[in-house]
Design a protein around this ligand. Structure first.
Ligand code: BTN
Length: 262
C-alpha cells in the first residue's frame, strides 16, 4: 500500500519537536539524504522517510535490506548540545523509544540488544544507525531507524531468514506504517525530552529494564577481536560492561554482541 505521508505530517504537526517530514518514494539512504539536509542547516525534528532505499546502510558497513511497500526507513535530525562521544547515548535512547513503541502493539518478547538492535523473541525487528553531521561549526545527530513492519519471512534475504523478524510475522496481521511511524516519532520525542531535562540516568534505567542481556553471557566481536563475559549493565556513556569472571569488568564501546545459549 502507498505510504500516506500527508496523513503522517498532519498527525505530527503542532507537537513540541516541530516535526517536518520529507517523504520520498525512493532514496539511496534516508541517513545520507538527512545528512545533506543537516549540512544545509535543516532544523531539529526534520525527518526523512522513504518507501524504499536502494543503498540502505547498516552498522559496520553492512547493507540494510529495504524493499518497497512494507517497512519503515526513516532518519531523524536532532541537534542536542552534546559532544560526539555522547551520540552513543542517543542511540540507546532511540532503542528505548523503539522498544516501547513496538511493545505497545506486540507486548510479549520485545527486548533491546546492545548497542542498537530491537528484537522480538531474540530475532531482530529493528536496527538503528546513528551518525554525526558537521558543517560550518554546527553539529547534528542523524538517527536512522529501519523497522521491519509487514515484510514476510520468505522475502527476507536468505541469510537473515532465521535471525530477523517483522511485526507481521510476530502478530500475524498487517500494521499501518503511518501509525508505526507516528508512534516512533512520539516515543522518540518523549525520551529525547527526558534525556535533555533529566540526563542519561532515566534512559539507562529503562534500557536495562528492556534489555535482553542483563546477567547473560555474551560474546562481542569487533574488528576480529572477541570479548566474552557476563553483562553487568551499561555505564554512563552507554558502553557495555562485561564481567570476565576473574574479578575484572571490561568496558566495550563497539562491536556485535551475541547472547550465548545457557
Ligand atoms: C543496523 O542494525 O545495522 C542499523 C540499520 C539501520 C537501517 C536504517 S534504515 C533507515 C536509515 N537509513 C539507512 O541507510 N540506514 C538506516
Amino acid at each position: 500500500m502507498q505510504f500516506d505521508a500527508k496523513a503522517l505530517q498532519s498527525r505530527l504537526t503542532g507537537r513540541k519537536m516541530g516535526w517536518l517530514l520529507h517523504y520520498r518514494e525512493t532514496v539511496d539512504s534516508t541517513n545520507r539524504f538527512a545528512m545533506g539536509l543537516a549540512r544545509e542547516g535543516a532544523p531539529e525534528g526534520t525527518v526523512v522517510l522513504a518507501d524504499r532505499q536502494t543503498a540502505g546502510m547498516g552498522r559496520l558497513n553492512r547493507a540494510w535490506q529495504s524493499p518497497p511497500g512494507c517497512n519503515l526507513y526513516l532518519s531523524v535530525i536532532l541537534r542536542p548540545a552534546v559532544a560526539p562521544p555522547e551520540a552513543s547515548r542517543i542511540t540507546l535512547l532511540t532503542g528505548v523509544a523503539v522498544a516501547e513503541a513496538i511493545a505497545s502493539i506486540c507486548p510479549a518478547g520485545v527486548g533491546i540488544k546492545w548497542p542498537n538492535d530491537v528484537q522480538i523473541r531474540g530475532r531482530k525487528v529493528c536496527g538503528i544507525l546513528t551518525e554525526m553531521a558537521t558543517a560550518g561549526g554546527s553539529r547534528a545527530v542523524i538517527i536512522g531507524i529501519g523497522l521491519n513492519v509487514n515484510i514476510k519471512r520468505e522475502n527476507f534475504n536468505p541469510g537473515h531468514r532465521d535471525t530477523a523478524t517483522s511485526l507481521w510475522e510476530e502478530t500475524g496481521r498487517e500494521h499501518s506504517r503511518e501509525d508505526m511511524a507516528f508512534l516512533l516519532c512520539e516515543r522518540l520525542e518523549r525520551w529525547y525530552e527526558t534525556f535533555l531535562h533529566a540526563g542519561f540516568a532515566p534512559v539507562r534505567e529503562e534500557w536495562l529494564a528492556r534489555s535482553d542481556m542483563a546477567g547473560k553471557r555474551v560474546r562481542v566481536l569487533f574488528r576480529g577481536e572477541v570479548q566474552e563475559g557476563v553483562v553487568e549493565g551499561i555505564d554512563r556513556d552507554g558502553a557495555l560492561l562485561l564481567a570476565d569472571g576473574q574479578g575484572d569488568v571490561r568496558r566495550i564501546t563497539a562491536g556485535d554482541a551475541t547472547i550465548m545459549k545457557e
